[in-house]
Design a protein around this ligand. Sequence first.
Ligand code: FAD
Length: 378
Amino acid sequence: MDFELSEELRMLKDSVRRFVDRELIPLEGKGKNPDEIRKTCQEKAKELGLWLFDVPEEYGGLGLGMMARVIVWEEISRTTAIPSRGGNIFGPDVSPLLYLLEGEAKEKYFLPVLRGEKRACFAQTEPDAGSDPGGMRTTAVRQGDHYVINGSKRFITNADKSDFAQVFALTDPAKRSKGGISAFLVDMNTPGLRLGRPQELMIDDTPWEIFFDDVKVPVANRVGEEGEGFKFAQSWINAGRIRHGARGIGVMERCLELATSYAKQRHTFGKPLSERQSVQWSLVDSYTELHQLKLMVYHAAWKFDRGEDCRDEAYMAKFFGDEKSFKAADRCLQIHGGMGLSKELPIEYFFREQRSMMITEGANEVLKMALARSILSK
Ligand SMILES: Cc1cc2nc3c(=O)[nH]c(=O)nc-3n(C[C@H](O)[C@H](O)[C@H](O)COP(=O)(O)OP(=O)(O)OC[C@H]3O[C@@H](n4cnc5c(N)ncnc54)[C@H](O)[C@@H]3O)c2cc1C
């Protein structure tokens, strides 16, 4: 493995960094509607030539490898101008489940999402099924050429803005997560589907509850075979975990930039903060952990691009990235004193968002449980 990025990746990194510094950071804290900001950013991102960078070439995208995607993700995560979730400014959010669609379903759901004409939400979590989807109670019962879905979901990001939902439901309650869960595409305006409460959180994502009351869905809207839903939900998960690590790199870099510059400029008791050992050690800890995280994430991406099994590396990139970037935001906040808490600076946003990352897309303890199993099985 090279310890240097290739010339091509360095150029990619430089151009995204310049874009973030010039176009996005000045938009931070402007208090505008996130959708509006996202739209403005998307227009600018098109000029950069990175539109659909993570979409395979056969669908008109750039089909960049994981290492290049990591570079884009880490750079874009240095700013709070775009939301940390659903904040892809280089194209619409295309859930990997949609790539499996064929025929009519592909025309009706996948291609319109790719063209930015439709939006989809991902509906797996329920009151009794968060970390453990096996606790799911939502059922889909087959009746001839359709299924009837009953149950509820919660914490569903963008449910209010979506045209359809990718819904996970039990088709075989005896098997549960071992082949008893299927995935369905459900139009949000289907009779019997209704949104519940928006869930106000300490972060800028306001997910929703969804209720299903005898919702009829054609068999053609099932993704894959019956019982394969959960397998699909798991299949792209390594990329999502590596992305958490890449985001951690971007957040840590920005927090270090902010902390270093403030420590040099702020004087207390006749000296700049940067001359205090406790402040220096705090910077050193973040710097060292950033270096560790980079090596881990780049290594995971390298294995991913070689088609090697990178599950262990992806677990580590996720929880290590979430935890260390939260810690770096915390240290940066402390160095800034009261100003660290101010909404005029991006630090408190990083602090809140990175805290939430330890829970979403797999709570860190659950990933550690899976990694422990892997270690013990070797
Ligand atoms: C902002 C936000 C957006 C979300 N968006 C979506 C979405 O779009 N679609 C969707 O389907 N879901 C979404 N979720 C749900 C998210 O995936 C779940 O919150 C997450 O999986 C954790 O589930 P839970 O909240 O039920 O926690 P639980 O599963 O109840 O776990 C609670 C805590 O217990 C600990 N824990 C759990 N299991 C173990 C274990 N085996 N060993 C040790 N400790 C353990 C962990 O610390 C965990 O944080 C979102 C959540 C949030 C907060």
